[in-house]
Design a binder for this molecule. Structure first.
Ligand code: 5GP
Ligand code: ZN
Length: 114
C-alpha cells in the first residue's frame, strides 16, 4: 500500500493537530473547509472505502458515528445540528482513500449540495 495521508495524520506524523483521539478513532479539521465547521473523523485502522468494510468492522463503524456525535455535541457552533457525510468511492466524491466522516456545520452550510 502507498503511504496513506490519513494514516499518517492519525499516527501524529504530520503537522495536523488532532482535535479528538482515542485508541481507535481520530478527528481533525479539514484543510479546505466547506462550512464554518468542517471536521473529519477517521478510524485509525486503514480501510480504503466503506465498500471495503466487512462485518469485522461493524463495531468500529458504529464507534465512528458515536465519536462524531460526541465531538459535535461538545462543539459550541454545532448546537443546532450538523451534517454527517461519508463519500464512497470516486463516483461518490471520495478523494482520500481512507474512510472518513465529514462533520459539517455552522455558517456557510449549503443544504442543496453537501
Ligand atoms: P473526500 O472528498 O475524500 O470525502 O474528503 C477528503 C477531505 O480531506 C477533503 O474535504 C479535503 O479537503 C481533506 N483533505 C485533503 N488533504 C488534507 C490534508 O492534508 N489535511 C487535512 N486536514 N484535510 C485534508
Ligand atoms: Zn489510511
Amino acid at each position: 500500500m502507498d503511504a496513506c495521508l490519513f494514516c499518517e495524520i492519525a499516527r501524529g506524523k504530520t503537522k495536523t493537530q488532532l482535535i479528538y483521539e482515542d485508541d481507535e478513532v481520530a478527528a481533525f479539521n479539514d484543510i479546505y473547509p466547506k462550512a464554518e465547521v468542517h471536521i473529519l473523523v477517521i478510524p485509525k485502522m486503514h480501510i480504503a472505502t466503506l465498500n471495503d468494510a466487512t462485518s469485522e468492522h461493524q463495531q468500529l463503524l458504529g464507534k465512528l458515528m458515536l465519536c462524531a456525535s460526541q465531538i459535535a455535541s461538545t462543539h459550541n457552533k454545532l448546537g443546532n445540528g450538523y451534517k454527517l457525510i461519508m463519500n464512497v468511492g470516486k463516483g461518490g466524491g471520495q478523494t482520500v482513500e481512507h474512510i472518513h466522516l465529514h462533520i459539517l456545520g455552522g455558517k456557510r452550510l449549503n443544504h442543496e449540495t453537501n
